[in-house]
Ligand binder design. Sequence first.
Ligand code: AMP
Length: 540
Amino acid sequence: MTAYAYPLLIKQILTAPLSHAPLQEIIHADVMRYDYRTFVDRVGRAAGALRALGMGEGNVVAVLDWDSNRYLECFFAVPMIGATLHTVNIRLSPEQILFTINHAEDDLILCHVEFLPMLSEIAARIERPWRLVILTDDGVFPASLPSEGEYEALLAGACPVSDFPDFDENIRATLFYTTGTTGDPKGVSYSQRQLVLHTMAVAAGLGPIPGGGLNRGDVYMPITPLFHVHGWGIPYVATLMGLKQVYPGRYDPAKLLGLISEHDVTFSHCVPTILSMLLTAPEAATTDLSRWKVIIGGSALPSGLAQQALDRGIDVHAAYGMSETCPFLTVADMMGTRDPNAPVSLRTATGKPAPMVQIRVVDAEMNDVPRDGVSTGEIVARAPWLTQSYLKNEAGTKALWHGGWLHTGDVGLFDNMGTLRITDRLKDVIKTGGEWVSSLELENLASDVDGILEVAAIGIPDPKWGERPLLVIAAVGDAAAIETKLRATFAHAVTSGALSKWAVPDQIEFVDCLPKTSVGKLDKKVLRTTFTYKKANKHG
Ligand code: AMP
C-alpha cells in the first residue's frame, strides 16, 4: 500500500554528491568558489527567491548568462520548484532572442548585466507581463530597466527551500531553441525524467571508457555554452558524480587555458572550432595539456585536429548528438584505442550507440541500408530522452518523428563492426553529376595538411554537374604552397581509392577566417550564399 514509486526528478541528482563529496568545490572563474554543501544551500535559497517572485509549476524562467555557478544553480532550482528553465541563446540576434522569449512565454528573466542593453532594446516588445532579476559578478548594475533586484541579494534575503515536493516526472524541466537554416528557431524541451535518464546514461557511457573516461577524480570544465543543450547535459553528470567543477564565465582562450592550469582541469567538451582556437592561442605553448580529456561534438572531429591534440598529449575523441536528442546518442569506440598504433579514425568516428540508444541508418522508405561501410542513409534514433515535440510546431514535430523514429537529418553509415560514421548533413550534401560527395571526407583530408586551420567543403551550383564541391580554407603560411600540398593529398586519395575522382574540388578559396554559427560551428549556409553569389557574378 505504501510503496514509493520514486519519480525521476532533478532534485535526486543532488543526493549522492552531498553524501560522498560534500567538500568538493564548484568554482566560477575568479568570481566565486564554494563546496557542494554551500551549492545545495544556494539552490534552496534560489528556489526560495524564485517562489517569492511567484514562480512555480507552469512558469517559465529564462536565463541569459555566461557559464557561471549561478547558471548551474538555476539548472537545479528552477525545475525543482516545478518551473521550466529557458536557457536563452545569447549569441542569437536581438530579434531572434525576442522571438524565443515570446514563444517560450517567459515569466521571469534572469539577465547578466552585459546583456541588459540588448534586453532594453527589445523589452517593449515582450508580449507577456514579465519580471527581471539582474545577474552580476560584482554587484554593480545600472537601473536601465525596472528589476526585482540582483541575484546575490535575493539569495541572501531568501527563505531557503529545503524540502522540495515530488512532481510528475514528465513535467517539463527545460526549454531552449535550435536555429535551423530556415524559418524561426524551434523550441526543444525535456522533462525531469528525461534529464535524469540522460544523466545516468552519460555517466554509464563515458565512465567505463578505457584509459580515461569520466570518473570521480576528474576536474570538469565545460567549454560548450550552458545554453547549448544544457552544456550537453554534462553539468548534471558532473554534479551527480560530485566532481570538482570550474565554470569559466565568458570564453576567452587565454582565460580558459589559465583555468585549465590553475585548477588542473582534466575533462572538457567543445565543438572543434573551440579546440582549434585553444590550441593555436599563444598561451597554449606554455600550458601543460597532457592530463586533459576532451570530447568533441556538435560537428565532426577532423583527423588533423585530433592529431594536433594528441600531439599535445590531449586524450581527444568524438561523441555525437543534437539539440533534439538531449544530446547524447553515440560516442567513439575507445576500446580499440588501447592499442598504441590504433588509427586516429577510431577517435574521430562517432562510434557506438550510448546505453539505451537505438540507431538505424535508413533509406527514404525507412528500410535499413546494409552495414557494409559503404551504404549511406539517414540516421534515425530512439532513446528515452529524445525531445517528444517542437513547442507549438506540429508540422516540425511530425517531420522529426516520421515513422516513429527521430530523424537526425544526418547522413551516415555503419561499418561491419557496428561503428557509425557520419558522412554529411542532409542539407549539406554535395551532389555532383548525380553522385554524392561527402563534405566531411574532403574536410578530413584537408585537415591533415600542415598550415590549414579551418576548412569547409560546400556544394555550389554548376550548370553542367548540378553542383561542384568547393573548399574554403583559413590557413597560416603560403597559400600557394598549401594548395599544392592539398592537391597532392587529394591525388593520393584518388589513386589509393579513398576518394572518387569527381569528388576532388575544382576550386579552393582562401579566407582569413570562416563564418561561425551562434554555437561556434562553421556556418556553411553563409559560405554557400557567399560563394554562389561570387561565382554567379564572375560568370554573369
Ligand atoms: P545541434 O543541434 O546544434 O547540437 O547540432 C546537431 C548536429 O551537429 C548533428 O545533427 C550533426 O549534424 C552535427 N554533429 C554533432 N556531433 C557530430 C559529430 N561527432 N560528427 C559529425 N557531426 C556531428
